[in-house]
Design a protein around this ligand. Sequence first.
Ligand code: RI2
Length: 314
Amino acid sequence: MKQLEGTAGKIRSMEIRGAGRIARAAAAELRDYSKRLAAKDINEFNEKMKFAAELLVGTRPTAVSLPNAVRAVMRYKCETVDEAKNEIKRLADEFITNSENAVKKIGEIGAKRVRDGDTIMTHCNSSAAISIMAAAHAQGKDITVIATESRPRMQGLLTIKQLDALGIKTTLIVDSAVRYFMKEADLVVMGADAVTVNGSVINKIGTSQLAMAAHDARKNVIIAAETYKFSPRTLLGELVEIEERDSGEVLSREKLAELPNVSVKNPAFDVTPREYIDLICTEVGAIPPEMAYVIIREFLGWGVEEMNSNPGFH
Ligand code: RI2
């Protein structure tokens, strides 16, 4: 229980962060939690697993990779506790391996869209987007990256460190400088926390203004997103919830307390409409955003009927 709450806490506080990473961490935690679990019968075991699954899914509301990962592990159906533990381990390991392979594959596919000499603008810290840059660089293409700070959590600092370690020339800019520098970029590559059925992309706050600036300057926007970042629930007409984080990430409580007429808003994500996206690079291919439904239906395996007839559907 302690370790389960520890993992949930780390995801909530963003010590473990990045849509792909939190999905893998949740899958691994369900596997490890099930291994430690003492239950007198399969019903008690299932109840406890359900509690763990809900706790993990509730940590961050926007990244759909999280419920998709938990669902992938929780589809076990077993008669005994031992069988269930083995099956959960198999499903969790399968999800983690597929996820790691997906990030690599996205790199291979996306790198084909990068030309020798290109300057790529990116936002926040996306392992799938960096996989594209890393693959292009490994192919010997001379690329340069412009990376935003990504306030308030400054994930851009992680991006510049990772790119520096790969030997990729990178310029760090403040978030408000994206339009100023857009003329120097050849294309924009970013990640995703969720992709809706109509092809909109939910990603780190600021993504949509970067995409708008790119659109205005006629620069291509490529989104790197594994298939488990596509949201089946949007097929039921639901919207993706935008996480509103603590105002203290933007301005300390002490400073805010001195300003009685001021409030702070801190949404962690925004929505980029599909009109601003040229291509979504998934592990099953580079697709136009209009094809999001096919990914949800064919590759995630969820249609409206399947969701409605599955009582445990999150
Ligand atoms: P990968 C991150 O969210 C960023 O928005 C990033 O673009 C996205 O997850 C995808 O990351 P946060 O956890 O899965 O920093 O591509 O809020 O690594």
